[in-house]
Design a protein around this ligand. Structure first.
Ligand code: PMV
Length: 360
């Protein structure tokens, strides 16, 4: 399959005006994507859990118009958010070839997140996923074949979301999603995310993710800059190999449910991601002292209690505390008593794996 698969031939119906709405989740990577080439193509395969309580809701209203140029406004929580518009314009320019109707409508994009804007949780994955789902739904209404196969619809939404923000392509479906061609994962592609196609042990059902909000400020280094620093990175080739090898190692672990092995890989991935940041030229540090404090406390708790709790990190200071559903009571208790003091204003978000984007 190539990019050309996603270029539509013609539309049967014209829509004059209307609106579509979607709710799309955030996701947390177990094997990380960090480094890209071409148009948002990943240098290695990644896998993530789709989340349940961290999501974006987007309503896309459209009105047919004469003048052929991009025309849209973005609203966050009911207020015009011009700061988001350059990113959306770039997205529209990138996807226009796959959605040739874009310049023939005025759009109003109204969006809101379930998590606070200043939480340090990136809204780009859920936001781009929700917008891509809206656009694909709109296209579906214009298409000859109104009953476009669900699989095709999801693939196109993931393909488009990827062009907005790489990891957003893993936010269309749940709960375990692979993005990036991987020799041991059938159907995997650099173009879009797919549902993990193999057996998953019950230990990973409803896996818990409590997100500790360590630093709620703007990131000092954006992920676009971070990805670009992988181009000349001295350890890049080794890192891409490590990620693909870790994904290979996860396949039997996801099947047999061995949590101790799962933890080793997940934590190595988080630390490796940040090691890439530390050793970039110039280097940068997104972790904060409290990030390290929390990691050390998780390690001590695990040693002392034989818990299967572990952590992962995004491109930021927040800590995602991952644990099986069966340990919910004990780990939440540990978080409340020992980790909460290291969160900004004592804030954390209790989340778990979820099932993907849905129309509203
Ligand atoms: O989707 P981007 O370009 O914001 O990159 C996200 C990269 C990480 O969140 C750090 C890792 C990942 O695989 O989600």
């Amino acid at each position: 399959m190539t990019e050309a698969t996603f270029i539509p031939k013609s539309y049967k119906n014209t829509l004059d005006h209307g609106s579509v709405s979607f709710k799309a989740p955030s996701n947390i990577a177990l094997v990380k994507y960090w480094g890209k080439y071409g148009e948002q193509l990943p240098k290695n395969a990644s896998i993530s859990f789709t989340l349940s309580n961290c999501f974006t809701k987007t309503q896309l209203s459209f009105q047919k118009k004469e003048i052929q140029e991009f025309d849209f406004e973005v609203y966050l929580d009911g207020k015009r958010e011009e700061g988001f518009e350059p990113k959306i314009l770039k997205f529209f320019e990138r996807v226009e070839v796959y959605l040739p109707f874009l310049k023939t409508y005025s759009f109003k994009i109204e969006t809101s997140n379930s998590f606070p804007h200043s939480s340090g949780i990136a809204s780009s994955a859920s936001g781009m996923s929700a917008l891509a789902c809206c656009l694909v739904e709109m296209e579906k209404r214009m298409s000859k074949n109104l009953s476009t196969a669900l699989e095709e619809t999801k693939q196109k939404a993931s393909f488009l979301a990827r062009l907005g923000s790489g990891s957003a392509c893993r936010s269309i479906e749940g709960d375990l999603i692979v993005w990036g061609a991987h020799e041991h994962i059938e159907g995997s592609s650099n173009l879009f995310g797919i549902k993990y196609p193999y057996v998953v042990h019950d230990n990973f059902k409803n896996y818990q993710d409590t997100i500790l909000l360590v630093d709620k400020g703007e990131k000092q280094v954006s992920s676009t800059v971070g990805h670009n620093l992988m181009h000349e990175h001295p350890f890049a080739a080794q890192r891409f190999k490590q990620a693909n090898d870790n994904l290979s190692k996860l396949i039997p672990i996801l099947e047999n449910g061995r949590l101790s092995e799962f933890i080793k890989i997940v934590e190595q991935e988080a630390l490796s991601l940040h090691a890439m940041m530390l050793t970039s030229e110039p280097g940068f540090i997104l972790m904060k002292p409290n990030t390290l404090e929390i990691i050390n406390r998780i390690w001590t708790f695990r040693k002392e209690t034989n818990s299967n709790v572990c952590f992962t990190l995004d491109a930021g200071a927040n800590v995602h505390v991952l644990y099986p559903e069966g340990e919910k009571v004990s780990v939440l208790n540990f978080i409340k008593t020992e980790l909460k003091p290291f969160c900004k204003n004592g804030e954390f978000i209790v989340d778990m794996t979820g099932s993907g984007a849905v129309p509203l």
